[in-house]
Design a protein around this ligand. Structure first.
Ligand code: NDP
Length: 300
């Protein structure tokens, strides 16, 4: 696998491909300045990012769309160079609402199509197949599905398109080795969210788990390569063929997080980082714990 800043797409099971690093764009709306996301996306495109991870519910798809259109207009990129992943929110699962939810995103982004559309939390798949047939999305996938929920979809009679990805929490403290094997066996790529260990907002993050980026092992490997713990955490996932979507709205850190193609971890270091796994989630979504389809009662 020869990934470079210019060429770092990997294949999906429906024939499409996806850049292995994307910019995460979730930022607490109350404390995030208007326009911060817009600036971050423009900087990220200049740095070399070609993949953006967003959602209608993040409340900033208009800013992402505006930044992308400006970068297309000034000749930096074309729409085809770029990859956008959107998400269907829980309240839009009834099949008759699915298309209008996507259309809201398309309108905010001012796009004719998006590259990937995920069900943000279980369930609602059939209506997404129709969006792919209509050419409004190139690929469909899921997010926060556990093994049982994923297999429910895969074993569904009449399934037309397999999900291409499952976007789940994944980083050195939560490496998901068994679930990765299962996803691999179905040709489903993992998109690892919170790859740097989240923003540690105690409103939705389990902050009892120590800060990933302060980990001494990650920091000592980082020192060897003159890199940061964040770059080691991201590189580790890249070498496992896991897509990473680090969020940053800070120009230096947006750049830093993309500088992961010029070093590699040895197999011994890969093992050492794998051993940091704690089988604990930062993102537990406890507010939905009583829902019958709450996905995290099982480890995977
Ligand atoms: P990340 O693990 O990407 O961490 C983001 C935090 O780390 C921010 O506070 C950021 O601050 C900081 N940061 C970024 N780069 C560095 C660096 N190099 N060194 C030190 N700190 C750094 O957390 P997220 O939870 O945001 O996950 C990433 C993305 O995944 C989200 O933005 C979203 O797109 C997606 N996601 C999807 C979910 C789902 O249910 N499907 C759930 C959670 C996330 P700053 O901006 O100041 O740099």
């Amino acid at each position: 696998m020869d990934l470079t800043p210019q060429n770092h797409r990997i294949h999906l099971n429906d024939g499409n491909s996806i850049p292995i690093i994307g910019l995460g764009t979730y930022s607490t709306p109350k404390t995030t300045a208007k326009g911060a996301c817009y600036e971050a996306v423009k900087i990220a495109i200049d740095v070399g990012y070609r993949h953006f991870d967003g959602a209608l519910v993040y409340g900033n798809e208009d800013e992402i769309g505006r930044a992308i259109h400006e970068k297309i207009a000034d000749g930096t990129v074309t729409r085809e160079d770029l990859y956008y992943c959107g998400k269907l929110w829980n309240t839009f699962h009834p099949p008759q609402l699915v298309r209008s939810s996507l259309e809201k995103s398309l309108k905010l982004l001012k796009f004719d199509y998006i590259d990937l559309y995920l069900i943000e939390l279980p369930l609602a798949f059939k209506a997404l197949e129709a969006l792919k047939d209509a050419g409004l999305v190139k690929s469909i996938g899921v997010s926060n599905f556990n093994r049982r929920q994923l297999e429910l979809i895969l074993n569904k009679p009449g399934l037309k398109y397999k999900p291409v990805v499952n976007q789940i929490e994944c980083h050195p403290y939560f490496t998901q080795p068994k679930f990765k094997e299962i996803c691999d066996s179905h040709g489903i790529v993992i998109v690892g969210y919170s790859p740097l260990g989240t923003c540690r907002d105690s409103l939705w993050v389990n902050v009892k788990i120590p800060s990933l980026l302060d980990d001494p092992v990650l920091n000592s490997i980082a020192a060897k390569y003159k890199k940061t713990s964040a770059q080691v955490a991201l590189r580790f996932q890249l070498q496992r063929n896991i897509i990473v979507i680090p969020k940053s709205f800070n120009p230096e850190r947006i750049k830093q997080n993309f500088e992961i193609f010029d070093f590699s971890l040895t197999s011994e270091e890969m093992k050492i980082v794998s051993n940091l796994n704690r089988n604990e989630r930062y993102v537990e979504l406890l507010m939905w714990k009583d829902h019958p389809e709450y996905p995290f009662n099982d480890l995977y």
